[in-house]
Design a protein around this ligand. Structure first.
Ligand code: GLC
Length: 747
């Protein structure tokens, strides 16, 4: 009864808000309206003509202590028990404050939500190298969130892929801070085009799942600034993200959620962040130290009344009214700090329209099916544009070129190709995994069947784990499509670069033993026209690569990944992706000193410094299996005519790209800067890119602007970004190991 009355009250509040808004916006005020306006208790902060800060000040001034403390911690029922969301702070109708309803995550409205679109995961979004498409995706996710009664999306995750073993690589945007920054900014801008607050997570240096609740990431300041913080910095400064989530781990000692260096010195004082810091679920370990460090909102899955001394922070509610009042009375926190916490929360709510467009979670939005044909088409587009083709021997793909009249036998092999296996490859495990209800994934098998039928091709399917059936089916077919998966998940890192499928129930996934490598080896040995499809969350080893005819990496492609794959196989779409992460040759090449990863005595020392991902391979002269930025399409391009000019702040690079093939297609010109050796920077670093689509034979003069930051490094002594004078190389090409154009510019 209580819950129902609160919802009705919330809806009443919502209607009150609407009425008062009508009054405020209408201009003409009748006698009746004047009386209503005079009685409107929220008038002082409900005028959208006032700035978010003015409105926040007015609201906080009208709140008593209990109303303020209500805002800084989660409400019950918590977590998924509140309409399948990740958590909420219940509204305060007497103050016209709507519910604040939080949900995961980066590939759509997930968790225990139902009837939403599972879009391609973060790694696919980054693989598109297409900011416009990423922004459209963010906007679509935000639209579904609001329709489901959610107004805080706990996305995007943007931690750097420091190792290929990170269980959550699939959620994030790869190994390079510039690519991660561009992707994060685009997705956040799209998300926040709705009355929804985005959330930059997990702040910061959260680069492993092993011991994630307690590990101390020890990283030098220059590496932190140049590698692990830029995506968060861009999210704050360029995308004006409304919230930041502090991570579970420690950073150079203090837990991230009670780390004043991160939460105040960097986030507030240096970057000017004006939203709120929300904890990861159960990442709070104290009351006053957390509040004084800069944490504004405590979230947790459930309230287990454990002693507050518990190491993991699981349990006690640290920002509950009793704890906060005790800390206030003891002088451990100030009233000013409490007021600032509330201001930080309501300011983005005002700025992004949450008061004007309140949500009211309940049975109706929970059950509402918010997928649309347009958003499913967008999911398909992103899935194809983020699919990376790593090999295509003798133009095996697309299939339509080989035999336009069809009539082929196509063997589809693999558990991951069938509707059950594919349902677990739409996203990685953990909080970002959708419930998968209602089941509507288009599996690779279903996608290929639909396309093959239109072309007169025959399709044979075998599950393939026995190996021999894969061999027989492959030998008897004209073309083979073998689909394998590696089920990465939040909460654990990958033990190696192998392929292990996962079985998921809602957000809970576990990996299963598998003979997928043997299956792929059997198929590729039996038929040279074998396309290997890898539904994976991060780099994998490929002992069978020499025998494979083609290799496609769709990663976790969402609900429509089977359709996108079939359209790629038949050439309706081109695999538009480029690697956001280096693929090592094997575990030996991707080995880490245990003290660096996963750490010793709960301490991971980032001794590699700036040499993360391709920076390390370049500095060590190592040849990876596939380099950062690599990807093939269905046509070819050449690059020419580089002209590099110094500008006041940085430089501008102009060059010509020409489609030298016989099909339309896209390429991603990438611009790397090599700093003078004396700066101590890695050999080459991505500082600009664009995506160019051209018809066969066409060419385009491309311009990429490099800002001051492209030539700067973090000077620890000066405590700021510095551009050392000298001659900088500017290199341009299709990926980090193929940069045919080079120029220089003096700074
Ligand atoms: C988690 C995750 C975080 C997620 C939160 C809420 O443990 O680390 O990414 O947003 O819980 O589900």
């Amino acid at each position: 009864m209580k819950k129902r009355s609160r919802r009705l009250t919330a809806m009443a509040a919502a209607s009150t808000i609407t009425a008062s808004m009508l009054v405020a916006l209408s201009g003409g005020v009748s006698g009746t309206d004047r009386a209503a306006a005079a009685e409107d208790p929220c008038a002082a902060w409900m005028d959208p003509a006032d700035s978010p800060s003015e409105r926040a000040d007015a609201l906080v001034a009208a709140m008593d202590l209990d109303q303020k403390l209500h805002m800084v911690t989660f409400s019950n029922p918590s977590w998924f028990f509140y309409w399948g969301t990740a958590g909420h702070v219940s509204g305060q109708p007497e103050l016209c404050i709507p519910d604040l309803v939080l949900s995961d995550a980066g590939s759509g409205v997930a968790g225990f939500q139902i009837a939403t679109t599972t879009f391609p995961s973060g790694v696919v979004q980054a693989s598109t190298w297409d900011p416009r498409l990423q922004r459209r995706l963010g906007r679509a996710i935000g639209a579904e969130a609001h329709l489901k009664g959610i107004n805080v999306m706990l996305a995007p995750g943007m931690n750097i892929a420091r190792t290929p073993y990170l269980g959550r690589n699939f959620e994030y945007f790869g190994e390079d801070p510039f690519l991660a920054s561009r992707t994060a900014v685009s997705v956040i801008k799209g998300l926040q085009q709705n009355p929804v607050i985005a959330d930059a997570k997990h702040f910061a240096v959260n680069n492993q799942e092993t011991d994630r609740m307690t590990v101390d990431a020890r990283v030098d300041e220059r590496t932190m600034r140049e590698i692990y913080l830029p995506a968060f910095e861009a999210s704050v400064k360029e995308a004006r993200v409304g919230s930041v989530m502090c991570a579970y781990n420690r950073v150079n000692g203090p837990y991230a959620c009670e780390n004043p260096t991160l939460l105040t010195d960097v986030l507030r004082d240096d970057w000017g962040f004006d939203g709120f810091v929300v904890s990861d679920w159960g990442a709070v370990h104290s009351t006053a130290p957390s509040a004084n460090a800069g944490l504004d909102l405590e979230m947790h899955a459930v309230e287990i009344p454990l002693p507050e001394s518990s190491v993991t922070g699981t349990g006690g509610r640290f920002f509950g009214a009793d704890s906060m009042k005790a800390a206030l009375a003891a002088g451990e926190i100030t009233q000013q700090r409490i007021d600032d916490m509330v201001r930080n929360i309501v300011r983005p709510m005002f700025r992004l329209g949450l008061f004007e467009d309140p949500v009211a979670p309940g049975a109706e939005p929970f059950l509402r099916d918010v997928t649309t044909p347009e958003r499913l088409a967008l999911a398909r587009e992103v899935a194809a544009d983020g699919t990376v083709m790593l090999k295509n021997r003798d133009g095996l793909l697309p299939l339509d070129d080989a035999s336009p009249d069809g009539g082929r036998t196509i063997a589809v092999i693999g558990w991951a190709a069938n509707p059950i296996g594919a349902s677990n490859a739409t996203a990685g495990g953990g909080s970002s995994h959708g419930s998968g209800l209602p089941p509507r994934v288009v599996s690779p098998l279903q996608g290929i069947l639909a396309e093959a039928r239109d072309r007169g091709d025959r399709v044979v399917y075998v599950e393939g784990s026995a190996g021999v059936d894969a061999e027989l089916a492959a030998a008897a077919a004209d073309v083979v499509v073998v689909v394998a998966t590696d089920g990465a998940t939040e909460g654990s890192d990958r033990p190696d670069l192998g392929l292990r499928p996962s079985a998921c129930v809602a957000v809970f996934c576990t990996s299963l033993p598998s003979r997928q490598e043997e299956m792929i080896a059997a198929a590729t040995a039996a038929n040279p026209n074998t396309v290997v499809v890898l539904d994976i969350g991060g780099p994998v080893r490929m002992p069978w690569l020499d025998d494979a005819g083609a290799v496609l990496v769709p990663w976790y492609g969402g609900l429509e990944h089977g359709t996108a794959l079939a359209e790629i196989l038949y050439g309706e779409r081109e695999p538009g992706g480029r690697l956001p992460q280096t693929f090592p040759r094997d575990e030996e090449q991707a080995s880490f000193d245990p003290a660096a990863y996963p750490g010793v005595d709960d301490t991971a020392t980032y001794s590699e410094g700036l040499l993360v991902g391709y920076r390390w391979y370049d500095a060590m002269g190592e040849r990876p299996l596939f380099p950062f930025g690599f990807g093939l399409g269905y046509t070819t391009f050449d690059y020419s005519g580089l002209d590099v000019r110094r500008t006041r702040q940085g430089a501008v690079a102009r060059f010509t790209v020409r489609n030298t093939g016989d099909r339309a297609g896209s390429t991603v010109p990438q611009v790397y800067v090599s700093a003078p050796r004396a700066t101590g920077e890695p050999p080459r670093q991505l500082k600009g890119f664009t995506k160019v689509r051209l018809a066969p034979g066409d060419s385009r003069r491309v311009t990429v602007r490099l800002d001051r930051r492209a030539f700067a490094h973090w000077d620890v002594d000066a405590d700021r970004w510095v551009v050392s004078p000298g001659r900088y190389g500017v290199l341009v090409g299709p990926h980090s190991r193929d940069l045919p154009l080079s120029g220089t510019v003096r700074r």
